[in-house]
Design a protein around this ligand. Structure first.
Ligand SMILES: Nc1nc2c(ncn2[C@@H]2O[C@H](COP(=O)(O)OP(=O)(O)OP(=O)(O)O)[C@@H](O)[C@H]2O)c(=O)[nH]1
Length: 299
């Protein structure tokens, strides 16, 4: 008999949730970033082990809602918590426990879902510091399990995967094996473009970029052509102000060209195909407060 179920990784911004999701799934599905609050969508990865399967839900970082977007994010987090079999609270080994963690823990308790602690980024501290941190975490709440892990070095990642599976209910596997992404490709592609567009200009454009993939079509291939299929992708990149449009495009379009190249390479890796990528930069004033546009952007 196998075990299977849904697990939600939660934690304050930058706790290492996306990186850990990638390490567990073994493929780039969630978008990692050196900056907080970039994971805007619930992206699932599927972990297959001998004993069963865990479907990972990567939740956005919790933060105080400032805009409509923020409110939706927090709704999403709450909705996710009640919907899963297990919540794993990610607590970075190199940071002290804080009010943010207490707030999250309270939210999890309200959802009545079982909770374990994952102490992330274990490679960033000494063994002594890690031991001290584990004691602190044990005193913080009655976790079913506390597991230290490093997504960067891979240390303990496989053990964590086994523990997650062992905590699931007995169940047949929920998704066919080999399937690793439970997310429309367009959304993942949009995230890769957004990530490339933010590279190097995060301070100037904190949360002001959104990407919508308008079209994604495979070109008919000539008979006998052995190359990977070619996919045409047309995407709109939304900024809030004209000045931001200038930043994204750069002098004579140089920066947008680089963004397009970086995004294209990532998309080609992900989809194992060739990509023709066309990005249009548009100004949508206050898009974060526009419910209609937010809905179109998938929030
Ligand atoms: N040294 C080290 N760095 C890590 C590890 N895991 C994540 N990081 C780094 O920590 C930063 C944040 O990681 P993310 O995975 O984006 O964090 P997140 O919790 O998904 O962040 P949000 O999207 O803001 O919610 C990135 O710069 C990662 O490279 C780890 O195991 N070791």
């Amino acid at each position: 008999m196998t075990r299977a179920g849904f697990v939600s990784l939660v934690g304050r911004p930058n706790a290492g949730k996306s990186t850990l999701t990638n390490a567990l799934v073994g493929e780039k599905v969630a978008i990692t970033s050196a900056r907080p609050q970039t994971t805007r969508r619930v992206i699932r990865g599927i972990v297959n082990r001998e004993g069963g399967q865990v479907i990972l839900v990567d939740t956005p970082g919790m933060h105080r809602p400032r805009t409509l977007l923020g409110e939706r994010l927090n709704d999403l987090v709450r909705q996710t918590l009640g919907d899963v079999d297990l919540v794993a609270l990610c607590l970075p080994a190199n940071e002290t426990l804080g009010p943010g963690d207490a707030y999250l823990l309270e939210e999890i308790k309200n959802s009545r879902t079982p909770v374990i602690a994952i102490v992330t980024k274990s490679d960033l501290v000494t063994r002594e510091q890690l031991a001290e941190h584990l004691v602190e975490v044990a005193q913080f709440a009655a976790f079913t399990e506390i597991i230290p892990v490093s997504a960067a070095t891979g240390d303990n990642v496989q053990h964590l995967a086994d523990v997650l599976v062992s905590l699931m209910e007995e169940s047949p596997i929920l998704y066919p094996e080999g399937e690793t992404i439970d997310e429309p490709e367009r959304i993942v592609v949009a995230e890769l473009i957004r990530e490339a567009a933010l590279e190097g200009v995060r301070d100037e454009l904190p949360h002001s970029i959104a990407v919508l993939v308008e079209e994604m079509n495979e070109r008919p291939q000539r008979k006998g052509d052995k190359r990977p299929p070619l996919i045409d992708i047309h995407a709109d990149l939304y900024v809030e102000r004209d000045s931001q449009k200038g930043i994204v495009i750069g002098a004579k379009g140089a920066r947008l060209k680089e963004v397009g190249k970086a995004a294209r390479e990532e998309i080609e890796k992900l989809l194992a195909c060739r990509v023709y990528l066309d990005i249009h930069v548009r100004v949508a004033k206050e898009w974060q407060r526009d419910p209609k546009l937010l809905r179109r952007l998938g929030f």
